[in-house]
Ligand binder design. Structure first.
Ligand SMILES: Cc1ncc(COP(=O)(O)O)c(C=O)c1O
Length: 392
């Protein structure tokens, strides 16, 4: 039974050790702050390897370790580090790898709060950021300086969903000894294998698809063997750890991740195809749609699509947009995504794009296709468009 398994099998088995937990098939919740040691020798042993055994609550309990083991296996990396949120994971990675005088290359399409980390916090520490065109590919080589330590990627990017040529970026960065980090939240390890594509660190906002029910904040950093201790020590110092309860929900979410994603994907494609035909829509931004600018790259590197995409509407008034959005029955307006429910959010990337200024025909909405019946979702959007038209 040692042959590498398919993803559907891996998500249902990774990180599970029923024989060590009274036969319970999923890791039970072990909560702890104090860990009591019977002898000085036991304490010294744990102290010598604080990340390999239960040592102090903040460093994790068996529930944390099970979630970390599962994520690392799925991503294809060495070990994972559970964090209190996806943003905590991003900030741990950036501050673990960068010091005063260093330079980081950050994709222009990065999740906005990570941009703010660069512009505010890293700047204060004397770390310089260059935001780059997410479609730069091998051209990233020209932006690498002697003090560049990290290339941060997110593919597809937030709001605008540009697919990055990760292998080309990795080749250019590694040729100069630069670490490549990927925010792999959109695809999850089910649809994009970060380490097989050469990245050194993969980040998951497990808040989204991994936990999958919009009721948990959780992040995970998976690293190569070479980098693990550097990042783990830093995460421990920052105290950015996740609670065992949330890690337990992360492990539980993994078991259904692959089947949920299939439905998110199918409904997302159905909505996107339908939206493309609407007279109110200027364009649909969804890399899995044939004909979209990043489709070829997506097809080369990804094995599936999630249910998050954007739609640029034709120009309309603010009131007409509100008429469309305000009375939707099934689509809620909210910032997070990846849960069971459908979402729609008016978004404007303009303030968050500096390398490639955002240009669009009209207002934009980001859609998350949930697990409801797609016919009902289409009817909801259809009624919304009627309100938009009536509002003028
Ligand atoms: C791509 C991406 N990365 C990271 C994050 C941050 O995750 P969290 O909300 O768990 O802090 C988000 C949140 O929306 C996201 O969309």
């Amino acid at each position: 039974m040692s042959k590498k398994k398919k993803k559907d099998t891996e998500v249902t088995t990774a990180g599970r050790h029923p024989e060590k937990q009274f036969g319970a098939v999923n890791p039970p919740v072990v909560r702890a702050s104090t860990i009591a040691f019977p002898t000085v020798a036991d304490m010294d042993k744990a102290k010598a390897k604080p990340f390999d055994s239960v040592y102090y609550g903040r460093h994790g309990t068996p529930t944390t370790f099970a979630f970390e083991e599962a994520v690392a296996k799925l991503e294809g990396g060495y070990r994972a580090i559970a964090c209190s949120s996806g943003l905590a994971a991003i900030n741990v990675v950036l501050t673990a790898l960068l010091s005063t005088g260093d330079h980081v290359l950050m994709t222009d399409s990065v999740y906005d709060p990570a941009r703010r980390t660069c512009e505010v916090w890293l700047k204060r520490l004397g770390i310089e950021t260059t935001f780059y065109d997410p479609r730069i590919g091998a051209g990233i080589a020209a932006l690498i300086r002697p003090n560049t330590k990290v290339v941060f990627t997110e593919s597809p990017g937030s709001l605008t969903f540009e697919v990055q040529d990760i292998p080309a970026i990795v080749a250019a960065a590694h040729a100069r000894g630069v670490i490549v980090v990927l925010d792999n939240t959109w695809a999850t390890p089910v649809y994009f294998q970060p380490f097989a594509h050469g990245v050194d660190i993969s980040i998951q906002a497990a808040t989204k698809y991994i936990t999958g029910h919009s009721d948990v904040m959780l992040g995970a950093i998976t690293t190569s063997e070479e980098i693990y201790l550097r990042v783990k020590r830093h995460a421990a110092i920052l105290g950015a750890s996740a609670s065992p309860d949330d890690c337990s929900l992360g492990s539980r979410g993994l078991r259904t991740l692959a089947v949920r994603l299939e439905r998110h994907a199918a409904t997302g494609i159905r909505l996107a195809e339908w939206l493309k035909t609407r007279s109110e829509v200027a364009r649909v931004i969804h890399p899995a749609l044939p004909g979209s600018p990043d489709h070829a790259l997506w097809k080369r590197d990804f094995t599936g699509t999630s249910g998050l995409f954007s739609v640029v509407l034709k120009p309309c008034s603010k009131d007409a947009l509100a008429a469309f959005l305000d009375h939707l029955e099934l689509f809620a307006m909210g910032f997070s995504w990846g849960g069971f429910e459908s979402l729609i959010l008016p978004v404007d990337p303009t303030p968050y794009r500096t390398a490639v200024p955002w240009k669009a025909e009209g207002p934009m909405v980001r859609i998350h296709a949930g697990l409801e019946d797609p016919d009902d979702l289409l009817a909801d959007l259809d009624a919304g468009f009627e309100r938009l038209r009536n509002a003028g």
